[in-house]
Design a protein around this ligand. Structure first.
Ligand SMILES: *Cc1c(COP(=O)(O)O)cnc(C)c1O
Length: 390
């Protein structure tokens, strides 16, 4: 089955529910058992997929989302967690013990860095941040106690690509677990497990939900690693409300059509930005000018709608004039919804293994599903305001 068919059909069982196309939304804490025998059976099989014993461990609404995502990822199993950040922290806590060491890319999503610097440090796990473009050079950073190599490509503010197969090959040979935050590409454009990654992390809040209205994370793996991930989630009390599971599986159904359009518009906008005199460089691996372009082309099937723009030196009041007057580019965190967004970022503040020394301000744009001519007109007026305010 091809991906476009999988994401439409996986996880749905209409004829288990009166032929109704979408899975029912079960609100549940208590689940009742009519006999001692049925209760004891549920307790004995509580860790098997599909067992319904208590709301926190999931209902058919949860399972519909998890089954669909597992099929989409090419994984054996998936667990839904309450946010993308939880999808990062749950597997890290599943595999790391006091005295262990982890390698994290310097461009990592900032809250993941913060988790390493605070909670992981507190429980005695040491983190080394590495240049995301290190490729096979990762071998030199591996220690006897290295337990996990974390990956994220492209970085969600600076958009460096990583040589995933080179890194997973080295990790496998050394018996080290690899995890990848694949939120940018989604499994439609890159499947981590096919490239040797053990655990695929998704902030489903972004493109899977796709409508800026629910928080959701997923963690997917083969059976070999799954029990430990699930136990970590359950031990921590992670559970997702049924309405958010429902919104996640509903968003998934239209992902392919949405992502193709996000990509088409992002390509138009990034090409337009590249030709502008106000711009120093555009950060988007689908552009041939991008240093990560060859890796992107080799491994990825497409690009999503999120990209960066580094301006030439620009005074703050001119940036404010540009951003404050946009009609369609809303200023705010997150991305992956139907609407266009912009956000000033400060990647230089977080780096420890590399430096980020831009010519001017770094901005992050999300190309939404609006008409691209309208978006370009909005951006063009923005640059006019910027020039007038210099
Ligand atoms: C947003 C984001 C997350 C976290 O997702 P939340 O649902 O907001 O917790 C993780 N990784 C990346 C790359 C993100 O952009």
């Amino acid at each position: 089955m091809k991906d476009d068919t999988t994401i439409v059909h996986a996880g749905r069982k209409p004829f288990d529910n009166h032929g109704i196309v979408n899975p029912p939304v079960y609100h549940a804490s208590t689940v009742l058992f009519p006999t001692l025998e049925s209760w004891e059976h549920a307790r004995e099989t509580r860790d098997e997929p599909g067992t319904i014993i208590y709301g926190r461990r999931g209902t058919p609404t949860t399972f519909a989302l998890q089954d669909a995502m597992a099929a989409f990822e090419g994984a054996d199993q998936c667990i839904a967690v309450p946010s993308g950040l939880a999808a990062i922290t749950v597997p890290l806590l599943a595999f790391l013990n006091p005295g262990d060491h982890i390698l994290m890319p310097d461009a990592v999503y900032y809250p993941a860095r913060r988790f390493s610097d605070t909670l992981l440090t507190r429980i005695g796990v040491e983190t080394t941040f590495y240049d995301p473009t290190i490729g096979g050079g990762i071998a030199d950073l591996i220690q006897d106690n290295t337990r996990v190599i974390y990956l994220e490509a492209p970085g969600s503010q600076t958009f460096e690509m990583q040589d995933i197969p080179a890194i997973t090959k080295i990790a496998k040979a050394a018996g080290i677990i690899t995890m990848m935050d694949n939120t940018w590409a989604t499994p439609l454009y890159f499947k981590p497990l096919e490239f040797g990654v053990d655990i695929s992390i998704m902030a489903a809040t972004k493109y899977i939900v796709g409508h800026s209205d629910a928080m959701l994370g997923t963690v997917s793996s083969r059976d070999e690693h799954f029990a430990q991930i699930r136990d970590s989630a359950w031990t921590l009390g992670m559970t997702v409300g049924p309405d958010d599971c429902y919104l996640g599986q509903r968003g998934l159904r239209s992902l392919s059509a949405r992502l193709a359009r996000h990509q088409e518009t992002a390509l138009k906008l990034t090409n337009w930005f590249e030709a502008r005199p106000e711009v120093d460089r555009v950060l988007y691996p689908a552009l041939p000018s991008n240093p990560g372009h060859d890796l992107w082309k080799r491994d990825f099937k497409g690009a999503s709608g999120l990209f960066g723009v580094v301006l030439k030196e620009t005074p703050k009041k001119a940036i404010a004039a540009m951003l404050d007057g946009y009609h369609y580019f809303g200023m705010g965190g997150s991305w992956g919804g139907f609407e266009s967004l912009v956000l000033p970022t400060q990647p230089e503040n977080f780096r420890t293994a590399t430096t980020w020394d831009p010519a001017g301000p770094t901005l992050r744009y999300h190309a939404g599903l609006e008409d691209s001519d309208d978006l370009i007109a909005d951006l063009e007026e923005g640059f006019e305001r910027l020039s007038a305010a210099r």
